[in-house]
Design a protein around this ligand. Sequence first.
Ligand code: FAD
Length: 303
Amino acid sequence: PYDVLVVGGGPAGASAAIYAARKGIRTGVVAERFGGQVLDTMSIENFISVSSTEGPKLAASLEEHVKDYDIDVMNLQRASSLEKNDGMFELGLDNGGVLKSKSVIISTGARWRQVGVPGEEEFKNKGVAYCPHCDGPLFEGKDVAVIGGGNSGIEAAIDLAGIVKHVTVLEFASELKADQVLQERANSLPNITIHTNAQTTEITGDANVNGITYVDRETGQENHVKLEGVFVQIGLVPNTEWLDESIERNQIGEIVVDKRNATSIPGLFAAGDVTDVPYNQIIISMGTGANAALGAFDYLIRN
Ligand code: FAD
């Protein structure tokens, strides 16, 4: 059996695996797609100490760094179940295999919920963005839209308002769901316009995004706004569907962890976007992955 088995090969999983292997313990990584969300990212400018890089490049260096160690990397393998029997974890794979380990670190990440309108897929990384912390500065001085009027949408609008020229917020429901203080702050900013009852129907563009079309659900009128960026902020879904109910999760399905990234089950740790850590970033995922591995090592030497 493994001492530490990491499920997920994004920044959190890679970091956890390296930290575990450096303790000289038997370490494995199972990943559906090694690299994770980083593979889908164009430019990365906030990975501290690297001024600017590209997702696939960072993913390749993650893999290279992991390969420096004696780590079993099982790429293109999807985990489908996790059980603990007699103090030993059993990870079931889609291919029917079962891996055993004394401790497990879940780092299966998350995915942005998509609006599913024409243009979203086509203009991804060409004006359609999901992460204001990451991509906001790329739209400096330009007009953008934010789809979604919940906390993340209104926070994104306030954040972007300090960088871009103008922000149009489109919320499908008849009122914003964001906290009152955020709504007040957004309303006080001259370069934010909020439309409720606004159903986004298309993101338009040629080589890059050039506008957004929405229908006013009260009047049925179709409107088109010219702009260069669209931030989709309608939720981040943690990849926890494959886990059973025994592991404590919050309302939106994220795994609840403590300061050592331990979950509600002894010997089971979690790191990165799959957890209830408030901010989802590469550097934070790596930090929590390291923390989880050290937590797992601590667990192993005590059990
Ligand atoms: P992920 O990167 O999501 O990795 C999850 C891993 O788990 C993958 O290997 C996946 O294949 C695997 N997995 C999932 N389910 C299973 C399963 N059942 N069995 C086995 N394996 C599984 N952050 C920044 O800091 N800067 C940026 O500029 C930036 N830009 C971004 C741009 C885009 C378009 C996106 C989508 C995200 C961006 N982010 C950025 C956020 C950053 O990518 C994430 O915070 C980070 O990748 C999270 O790392 P993670 O390891 O927790 O999860």
